[in-house]
Design a protein. Structure first.
Length: 120
């Protein structure tokens, strides 16, 4: 039986950078792609998956419905503060969605993320 890959806490205790996923949405595909490219150019993300979606939410006392593009950002915990600052500075929304969490990944994928986020 294959063994499970160690979780984020185990990797951190070995001195490895923990991988993270971060989630935000943007108003349209053009803005989402521009943000994704900038995050990749700055090496704050290894990959950004863009997914068009419909969102329903409360905003300023009213129920709103919007067509948005979700950005699922793959990065590492050491980049989290810089990544958050960049997303907030590049974002078109006054209050952008910002969610993040540590994740486990295969050794090969984790290595690729770390290499992709390394400064050149």
């Amino acid at each position: 039986m294959p063994t499970a890959s160690p979780g984020p806490a185990a990797r951190e205790s070995r001195g490895e950078d923990v991988l993270i996923l971060a989630l935000t949405t943007e108003a349209d595909g053009e803005r989402a792609e521009a943000m994704a490219r900038e995050l990749l150019d700055r090496r704050l993300a290894a990959c950004v998956a863009l997914t068009p979606l419909s969102s329903l939410y409360h905003w300023r006392g009213a129920l709103e419905r919007s067509q948005e593009v979700q950005l699922l950002i793959k990065s590492q915990a050491s980049q989290l503060q810089a990544l958050e600052a960049a997303v907030h500075s590049l974002h078109s929304y006054a209050t952008p969605e910002w969610l993040h969490w540590p994740v486990a990944a295969s050794a090969a994928y984790g290595s690729w993320v770390r290499q992709s986020c390394a400064s050149s």
